[in-house]
Design a protein around this ligand. Structure first.
Ligand code: IMP
Ligand code: MG
Length: 178
């Protein structure tokens, strides 16, 4: 696997510090109020499991899986929910946990869909953000690292379902997909 990595973008230690910093900010902002953490599968599995262990308020956890389809980023209808939460979101503080925001299409649609369920608030926490690639207007409330327009893998992120179990985040060598 290592030979397919062009360079390491975030070491294990850098990930750990980012998680620490994000958890402190989230703990501070929510000031002990309960949170429903919605983990977006599969990419954010490691990030969410590390982050959630550092949160000090009462936390409930659920999973969602979504893909957006088509390039009609203005339409809020183009989202495929492959796994939905069965919890009633009314009045809850929802914290979406995502691995990376790229075009932003999936998350902007997911967020407007969840907003219709009357939560008290929806906050978005992402480990990585590639703002250069944005098509839909969406900003995270908590961002681990802003990265250049490169395809990254590891710590949950995949290319064709591979590399998720790398303990660090690396830029994938173009030779793998070209
Ligand atoms: P988007 O923001 O709707 O374009 O899609 C975001 C999703 O695309 C993420 O949740 C990832 O699954 C995937 N993705 C985007 N960029 C990368 C990358 O650099 N490596 C791995 N997956 C990526
Ligand atoms: Mg993903």
């Amino acid at each position: 696997m290592q030979k397919d990595i062009k360079y390491v973008l975030m070491t294990e230690d850098e990930i750990k510090s980012a998680v620490e910093r994000l958890s402190e900010k989230i703990n501070n902002d929510f000031a002990g109020e309960p949170v429903l953490a919605l983990i977006i599968l599969k990419g954010s599995m490691f990030f969410a499991s590390d982050l959630l262990k550092k949160l000090t308020m009462p936390v409930t956890i659920d999973f969602m899986k979504a893909t957006s389809y088509g390039h009609d980023s203005k339409s809020s209808g183009n989202i495929n929910i492959l796994l939905d939460t069965s919890l009633d979101l009314a009045g809850l503080n929802v914290l979406i946990i995502e691995d990376i925001i790229d075009s932003g299409n999936t998350l902007s649609k997911l967020k407007s869909l969840l907003a219709k369920r009357n939560p008290k608030c929806i906050k978005l926490c992402t480990l990585l953000d590639k703002p250069e690639r944005r098509e839909s207007e969406i900003n995270a409330d908590y961002t681990g690292k802003i990265i250049p327009n490169e395809f990254v893998v590891g710590y949950g992120l995949d290319f064709a379902e591979r590399y998720r179990n790398l303990p660090y985040i690396g830029v994938l060598d173009e030779k793998v997909y070209s």
